[in-house]
Design a protein. Structure first.
Length: 376
């Protein structure tokens, strides 16, 4: 079963359209000076996959990744050059130094932002959360990014996003014309090259805990996980929360006794947690894509997700679903994994297959096709 974009994980190295004249492309490297979240993961993996496609023979004009002075170069690139430009940081670097360095060239910005006055830009807008769940964002952040999204809706050569759901939301809420929207999805295959760090599992019984990815944003709905587990009869699975220093505070204190709050974890530790959890509980009320369920499935961890926003599109029939506003449905889904013989094994198999339908190489090839089409 292919996912909605029709992309598949394993693709031959494309050779490009010989009729296309490849002009220089510069890439906004601000993501390499930012903490690693889903947006930065996307940028890193897409650029890395583009580099491999060009190195494998896909015709392309010179590509340069432009970095702010506080960025760390992306390791492993062989076909894409990297160059530090300017002296500012953050938004000022992006709006002033990057705009100057990219003058006259097409610019690819993969992280929800870019220099507003650059006239030839392909920009990735990952979701419309600043409109749909405004309570999850500070007012200044929300206003600045709403302004940028509206600007790019009118001025960008092309807008890319990560799911059909997000494309519809950006058209509806930000006014991006549908004929300038293209879907280039996320993937989870980056976990294949990461070694699991099992030291994080000390004191945890394999299959004896439910994993949640913590966040301070209200739409992540961590409180629903705690409420669901509190409804389950003893002996109930333990709750393990990764990714936030104080999940009790952000969940209003409604987490079961015995909850293990790990705070920030490394990618190796997260992989080990996925591989040994009973399941991932992900009752988020709004996602533009939702990388954690795909990562979990790639690691053999069943995912219980909300039947809302992009999650059915991404997970298909490979996840169990709940109503994010009714913790009893989440408790019931987790209980099925405990009580129904063979269900967990079936969900693991389905999850691995579903994760295999998404790939960074396919996404990068799709993006390069989209950029080529601008010059036809």
């Amino acid at each position: 079963m292919a996912h909605p974009t029709g992309l598949r994980r394993v693709v031959p190295a494309p050779r490009g359209d010989p009729a296309v004249v490849h002009r220089p492309l510069v890439i906004n490297g601000r993501f390499l000076a930012q903490p690693l979240t889903g947006v930065q993961r996307y940028a890193r993996e897409i650029v890395g996959a583009m580099d491999r496609l060009i190195a494998d023979g896909r015709p392309w004009g010179p590509v340069t990744l432009l970095l702010p002075p506080d960025a760390t170069a992306l390791p492993g690139l062989v076909a894409i050059a990297q160059r530090t430009v300017g002296r500012h940081r953050g938004h000022r670097w992006e709006q002033v130094d990057l705009a100057r360095a990219a003058a006259g060239q097409r610019l690819l910005s993969l992280g929800n932002a870019g220099p507003l006055l650059h006239p030839r830009q392909v920009v990735a807008l990952h979701d419309a959360g600043i409109y749909a769940v405004p309570e999850s964002y500070a007012r200044a952040y929300r206003l600045w990014y709403r302004f940028q999204f509206r600007w790019f809706a009118r001025r960008a050569e092309q807008v890319i996003t990560v799911s059909a759901f997000s494309a519809g939301e950006l058209a509806r809420l930000a006014g991006v014309p549908r004929d300038r929207l293209a879907v280039v999805p996320n993937a989870a295959e980056h976990l294949e090259r990461i070694a699991a760090d099992r030291s994080i599992l000390a004191g945890l019984e394999p299959g004896g805990y439910v994993l949640a990815i913590g966040s301070a944003k209200p739409h992540k709905n961590l409180a629903a996980v705690g409420a669901a587990l509190a409804m389950m009869p003893a002996p109930r699975p333990r709750l393990v929360v990764a990714g936030h220093a104080n999940p009790r505070g952000l969940a209003g204190g409604r987490l079961p006794e015995g909850t293990l709050a790990l705070g920030a974890v490394t990618e190796g530790q997260l992989k080990a947690l996925y591989e040994n959890a009973l399941c991932l509980a992900f009752p988020s009320t709004y996602e533009g894509f939702g990388i954690p369920p795909l990562e979990a499935m790639a690691c053999g961890c069943p995912a219980v997700v909300a039947r809302t926003s992009s999650l059915p599109e991404v997970c298909g029939g490979a996840a169990l679903y709940c109503d994010p506003h009714d913790p009893a449905t989440l408790a019931a889904a987790i209980g099925r994994l405990v009580a129904e013989p063979g269900l967990r094994a079936r969900m693991i198999a389905r999850g691995r297959a579903r994760a295999g339908e998404f790939g960074w190489t396919a996404g990068a090839a799709r993006l390069m096709d989209v950029i080529e089409a601008l010059d036809r």
